[in-house]
Write a protein that binds this ligand. Sequence first.
Ligand code: ZN
Length: 426
Amino acid sequence: MIIRFAILPLFLALNLSMCKKQESVSPNSQQASAASPTPATVAAPVATPVPKITKPVVDQTAQVIIFCYHRLVDKVRYPGTEITPAAFEAQMKELKDRGITVISMQDLLAWKRGEKSIPPRSAIITFDDGWKSQYEVAWPIMKKYGYPFTMFIYTEGVRGGSLGGGEAITWEQLADMRDNGVDIEGHSATHQDLREGHTIMIANPGGKRTRTKLTGDQYEQWMQNEVVGSKQLLEQRLGIKVNCFAVPFGNYNEHVKEIARNSGYEAMFTVYGQPITFTSPMDSIGRYAIEANKPKVFDDAVKMIATSTGGGTAVAEVGAKDLATQPADGETVRTALPLIKANLSALGAIEPGSVQMRVSGLGVVPASFDPKSGTVSYQVTQKLHEKSCSVIISAKSEGKKVETHWTFGIEEGPAGGTSPIPTPKK
Ligand SMILES: [Zn+2]
């Protein structure tokens, strides 16, 4: 019963905010009409002999490390979530000294979409939970270094919310940050374990809180507010678009990911730090949580990409045709276990240790490279599940990074079979 009490107001709030959203749509109607059917004057496709580029070429070898900070305090009492301003600033300086570029979260997403390149060794700074010290202490330091950053906010933790105490950030401070280009993203409504069946705290009208475990419909309703309601609140209160979600405590499962994905979040973040690559899945991006008593976490993260092959060299894109790839670009093969091969000898003297092959759905594969023939090859051992497969090969040739990528199709079934045969497997 108590639970239902709590959930009802949430739904009311949701409905209200939905109404508001509709109202605020009308001023934009001109935009909608501008986009309305314009006579399609699409030029007839002209065949050009130039190799087609379906996506802008971005540097797919870049790596990103993402840091997660909480409170900045002079006297650390909770080393798990606090750091001194001096230690924080030293870390920001170290990134600069090591030539690691701090980029914005939206640049990371644009890179992952294949829209723009990012520096080969990049870092992203994020702050969780919305603390006053992030506004008062961290922000000036970030300004000093000219670094962009992201704030992950749980809406009930903002000052005035049911969980927003005296150390919490205010909506006004968030608006000030927004006006100055700070990225503000979602971190749920009440910052609790989002997996079904875990003990959570429910706020009752009147402020009393109850521990409970939600399942079934009640859980789903609660989740709607945690994942969707909190996103709408941030978007409406601040007039922003929220497309990133930091999972509270980094605890998630497939269902949590699915709800977040369906709610319009483009990326989900955890706290299991690891360098992010072009092919890292977007629904579980690891961040390094920096704690005052574990300085090694920062050092290790920085080392992880300090040793990468990057180094700011431009990537030269080489057409797959020149490399006699197998399967060829655009070819369709009859097996989900193809042998993938390319001859890199057209690229000049290849540094043997630098050859890397990536296969969509598999990531980096242990391809073998024969320096004599210049051939790099990999026999797929794990069935490819998609109908098309992209291969990216990168290597270093005379100090320059070269790269090629191509795509082939997979149509498993009896060779020569013309009619699509349903294959009821399992
Ligand atoms: Zn948090």
